[in-house]
Design a protein around this ligand. Structure first.
Ligand code: PSV
Ligand code: MN
Ligand code: MN
Length: 393
């Protein structure tokens, strides 16, 4: 079947031309597990070089126009200069991620800590992040709260929620009108008994209490095995509170593997819910981000592959015949409805995506285009002493 045949028999993927996926600055530095960080030649030595690498992903895919920063890993003296540098490279700065998980003061909690001085310090860090947003033009402040407890009775579950609500209100009050506070959840780790924002319900309750600028972040790796993630996606869309995704894959827990590598069908099911609701369109303001670490694979190609995997899942979702699906659903045709969905999933969309890239003046194959560019050889030669992602400059 040629690309044209596929388009005639199904929908079309033109919406993908405007579908951007945000990449994380930390994907380009060295990373690892609690056991070992493997060093990779040519990794960035500062935030400027991370942006330069991210720009290569956008250059070959045309689909990665923004880079998320992490504070303090990406702290620089002049964030306006960093934003201008990003623009020169053809990308912009996206969400600002706060960090309350690498300071001894936060051992027993940050925004939830029983000590008001430590809570104030954690709030002040977020105020600093809002200042960074003003300098970079970023609109999203992203909070993943690591707080939790390890032992029953260690602290009051309810008191911690009250402290959290109070701290979040203080942060929310700092936002400008066009800013958003994106609140991520994760079911366990680094603590193992309670987590203060363990699930979408807790995140949503805090968002509802705060106001419309507070939205939920869904990290695909942050659920118990077997959780139906597309159900959560549909529910958050209904509430108008799906602010962002952190895409990655997992086999066990928060594995942070390349999105779509472990379970491409799950990624398709998620993108199907997105596409059916029109949440892939730019004015929906869902921020599609990656949150991954490339421990053993080359980093820039790892990011390129991730972007391609999201594009492929989205293209398949766009090809699902919506009218036929609805007709089958309305008439109770269980197998017919399932078959319509699977027709989309089973379509090989790679020729269509190759055509789309060529129509944009890019090479059909982004991985090959990057390999041929000589960029990797250059940075391996030029950059000596690159940083671990989590301890970057
Ligand atoms: C930790 O689980 C984590 O992976 C969260 O998903 C954050 O989004 C990310 O780190 C960066 O802080
Ligand atoms: Mn995440
Ligand atoms: Mn995570």
């Amino acid at each position: 079947m040629t690309a044209t045949d596929i388009r005639r028999t199904a929908g079309d993927i033109s919406a993908l031309a405007d579908f951007g996926i945000e990449v994380p600055s930390w994907a380009y530095g060295n990373s690892g597990t609690r056991f070992k960080v493997f060093a990779t030649a040519g990794v960035p030595r500062d935030p400027y070089e991370k942006i330069e690498d991210a720009a290569q992903v956008h250059r070959v895919t045309g689909a990665a126009p923004r880079v998320s920063l992490h504070i303090p890993w990406d702290r620089v003296d002049d964030f306006g200069k960093l934003a201008a540098y990003a623009a020169d490279q053809g990308v912009s700065l996206g969400a600002i991620n706060s960090n309350v998980f690498q300071d001894d003061d936060y051992k027993l909690g940050s925004l939830t800590n029983a000590d008001p001085k430590i809570r104030a310090k954690a709030v002040a860090h977020h105020v600093e992040c809002v200042d960074v947003m003003r300098a970079t033009g970023s609109k999203d402040l992203k909070l993943w709260l690591p707080d939790g407890t390890n032992y029953a009775g260690q602290d009051s579950i309810r008191a911690r929620q009250d402290r959290l609500a109070d701290s979040l209100q203080k942060i929310y009050a700092e936002l400008d009108d066009d800013h958003r506070l994106l609140i991520e959840y994760k079911f366990f780790e680094p603590y193992f008994y309670t987590t203060d924002i363990p699930d979408w319900g807790t995140s949503l309750l805090h968002c509802l209490a705060l106001g419309e600028k507070a939205q939920v972040v869904l990290d695909t790796g942050h659920h118990a095995p077997g959780t139906n993630i597309e159900f959560i996606v549909a529910q958050l869309i209904r509430q108008g509170r799906l602010g962002a995704f952190d895409f990655n894959s997992r086999f066990y827990a928060d594995d942070d593997l390349i999105v779509g590598s472990a379970d491409p069908f799950q990624l398709f099911r998620i993108m199907h819910e997105i596409v059916r609701a029109g949440a892939h369109l730019p004015d929906s303001r869902v921020n599609f981000m990656l949150d991954q670490c490339h421990n053993i694979e080359p980093k820039i190609p790892g990011q390129i592959r991730s972007i391609m995997n999201v594009q492929e899942a989205t293209a398949k979702a766009l090809l699902v015949d919506g009218d036929a699906l609805e007709a089958a659903q309305q008439s109770g045709d269980v197998l017919g409805a399932h078959a319509v969905l699977m027709d989309g999933y089973n379509t090989d969309v790679r020729p269509l995506l190759a055509e789309l890239r060529e129509s944009q003046g890019r090479e059909a194959d982004p991985i090959g285009a990057f390999a041929r560019s000589g960029y990797l050889e250059r940075i391996e030669h030029e950059r000596v002493g690159g940083n671990q992602a989590s301890w970057g400059a």
